[in-house]
Write a protein that binds this ligand. Structure first.
Ligand SMILES: Cc1ncc(C[n+]2csc(CCOP(=O)(O)OP(=O)(O)O)c2C)c(N)n1
Length: 627
């Protein structure tokens, strides 16, 4: 039998379907999402929770004229499948395949590019303003999770939208979860709404009310009034959103297609900003994901029947794990150490710390800016805060790092996980800018370890510096070196010569040290004697070592998993220029463009960072320079 899903190439078809057909489609979508993500990996639990929401929205609103902006975009798999990418979905997140998030260049239905949280209401308001300036009539709808709602930008946008009073729909997709359990006073407020005794009764009343409307058009105004004054006061004591100028509707069962369609049909006719609060279940329809929504938030390949995630048994620990364990050890010795995460306790390895030292552990929600200034405040008051943030999300806290931490020379330790190319999450998530944006900040020390043992030494070093320090390390398994018992701090600003050679010298940073060593082997086989230095510090630079190397080789090669613009190679050039030295120098790193998604090794290849490519570039440059 032909599946209904196979007949849907564009979302316009959805408005022709009956309620039972839409319900059938919901089931088919779930099966397709589960089976595909089991093969590709991806954001399973968030996307299973929004199936009915997507169907209800797309069967009521007129896409692509009406704009739907998905916050983060990790819950938008049904959106992708229903908007012309059903077959392409099998290559989700793969190199050359479709991206894991909405992306404007991928589809006209992807109204706004996303990946980082809490941007949807700002973007939607911008579109609503543009629409009104141009006298158009489309609807603009932001769909934001309760986790993303903890981000400051979401509040800034609500604040602005409430004041402007423009026609705008915000759908709050509340599943009680961020990646881990959601945190914060707003989250507690939302869960109070969930358990209010009036909720179930009022929900029924609301359903009954809409069902009893014979000619919807005639009763729109009455309905709008009911929603505005009735539901608000029954269901939302204090009504935060109403106080901010929004008409509040809800909470509604986000899996009840009929109810959602009815409510969306009504609010389509309303003016001003409206917030529809829906309750959904993360992982809905796949039991393993319902039971462990955090594990299935973003998941690798897994077995559909058992729900077992495929693991590489016997693989070395991840950098994240080594960081988490080391911090726990250090915190046991130093009661001043505190740990801060911005909604990523699992992802940053801080869960062990949270269990051991709950009163010194702080999950601030998706609020990287606050996390950094919070750390600055703790440091100013005598603590040794460690803020563990993914490199890409720390971009949010640029000014806080500069103005609150570095300007005051406060001893905040910044641990940047997922630095470098992250793989399948793609350009929104690659952590390839941090060396550039950190090294220009006065007072900042910047380090990158070549392996997990060095990560531990760098953490101790950072915590011994009387000022700000950052270390950045990559996603995934570490080098697999034995962890030594006696972990000593590193000499500040000193590199390490790993291999001697008189023709070429690789100056390598962090993850690229291993690749440089392999490239050196290849060159040595061609009779090109190649030195390799593990620089350890991007700031302060080991000037002495650099100038010495510049004096005895024919070519210096800098190699980093960071953008070339303003990165480590630029720092080396500055150092040489300041010393009045002109030396042939080749810079290897991430080019001046956004790198797509795919396996990390494929992306390294795309950027010319595999050992054979490095060796080829060196040979070519030597040939050109010395004939
Ligand atoms: C600025 C930023 N920080 C952190 C993240 C990582 N992140 C992705 S989804 C997510 C949780 C979002 O929770 P919610 O909005 O409730 O959506 P749900 O996954 O529960 O559907 C987090 C913390 C991010 N995408 N952007």
């Amino acid at each position: 039998m032909t599946k209904l899903l196979e007949t849907i190439d564009e979302p316009q078809r959805l408005s022709e379907l009956s309620l039972p057909e839409l319900e059938q489609l919901a089931a088919e979508l779930r099966t397709y999402i589960i089976q595909t993500v089991a093969q590709t990996g991806g954001h399973l639990a968030p996307s299973l929770g929004t199936v009915e929401l997507t169907l209800a929205l797309y069967s009521v609103f007129k896409l692509p004229r009406d704009k739907v902006i998905w916050d983060v975009g990790h819950q938008a798999y049904a959106h992708k499948i229903l908007t012309g990418r059903r077959e392409a979905f099998t290559a989700l997140r793969r190199y050359g395949g479709i991206t894991g998030f909405p992306c404007r260049t991928e589809s006209p239905y992807d109204a706004f590019g996303v990946g980082h949280a809490s941007t949807s209401i700002s973007a939607a308001l911008g579109m609503a303003i543009a629409r009104d300036l141009d006298d158009r009539g489309e609807h603009v709808i932001a769909v934001i999770g309760d986790g993303a709602m903890t981000g400051g930008e979401a509040f800034e946008a609500l604040n602005h939208a409430g004041q402007l009073g423009k026609r705008l729909i915000v759908i709050l997709n509340d599943n009680g979860m961020s990646i881990d359990t959601n945190v914060g006073a707003m989250s507690e407020y939302l869960s109070r709404l969930r358990v209010m005794p009036q909720y179930n009764k009022a929900k029924k009343d609301l359903e009954g009310f809409f069902r009893s409307i014979p000619h919807i058009g005639d009763t729109v105004l009455k309905t709008a009034e009911y929603i505005k004054d009735g539901v608000k006061s029954v269901l939302v004591p204090g009504g935060i959103f109403a106080e901010m100028g929004f008409t509040y509707v809800g909470p509604l069962d986000g899996h009840n297609l009929r109810l959602l369609r009815e409510v969306f049909s009504e609010i389509r006719m309303m003016d001003g900003p409206v917030l529809v609060h829906v309750h959904t279940k993360k992982g809905r329809g796949y039991l393993p994901a319902e039971i462990e929504p955090d594990k299935f938030h973003g998941v690798g390949t897994f077995d559909v029947i058992s729900g077992q995630v495929k693991k590489d048994e016997g693989a070395p620990p991840t950098y994240t794990e080594v960081f988490g364990q080391t911090l726990v050890k250090l915190a046991a010795e130093n009661p001043n150490i505190t740990a801060i995460t911005a909604a990523m306790p699992g992802g940053t390895g801080l869960k062990v710390f949270a269990e051991k030292f709950p009163n010194r552990y702080f999950d601030v929600g998706i609020a990287e800016e606050h996390a950094v200034t919070l750390a600055a405040g703790m440091a100013a008051a005598g603590k040794r805060p460690v803020a563990a943030i993914y490199s890409t999300f720390a971009q949010r806290a640029y000014d806080q790092l500069l103005h609150d931490v570095c300007l005051q020379n406060l001893p905040v330790t910044l641990c940047l996980d997922r630095a470098g190319l992250v793989g399948n999450d793609g350009p929104t998530h690659h952590g390839v800018f941090d060396l550039s944006y950190l090294r220009m900040m006065p007072n900042m020390t910047v380090m990158a370890p070549k392996d997990e043992n060095e990560l531990r030494r760098m953490l101790i070093t950072a915590l011994s510096i009387d000022g700000p320090a950052a270390l950045r390390y990559p996603r995934g398994t570490a080098a697999g070196v034995p962890l030594t018992d006696d972990v000593q701090p590193l000499p500040l600003g000193k590199g390490e010569i790993l291999r001697e050679g008189g023709d070429v010298c690789f100056l390598a940073v962090g993850s690229m040290t291993a690749n440089a060593l392999q490239a050196a082997e290849l060159l040595a086989a061609d009779g090109i004697a190649t030195e390799v230095v593990n620089m350890r510090f991007v700031k302060p630079l080991d000037r002495e070592l650099l100038l010495e190397a510049a004096g005895h080789v024919k070519l210096l090669v800098t190699v980093e998993e960071n953008v070339l613009a303003g990165g480590f190679g630029s720092a080396v050039l500055e150092c040489l220029a300041d010393a009045g030295r002109t030396v042939p120098l080749l810079r290897l790193g991430i080019p001046d463009r956004f790198v797509p998604q795919g396996d990390r090794s494929l992306l390294w290849e795309e950027c010319g960072l595999l050992p054979y490519q490095m060796a080829a570039r060196v040979r070519e440059r030597l040939g050109r320079t010395y004939g």
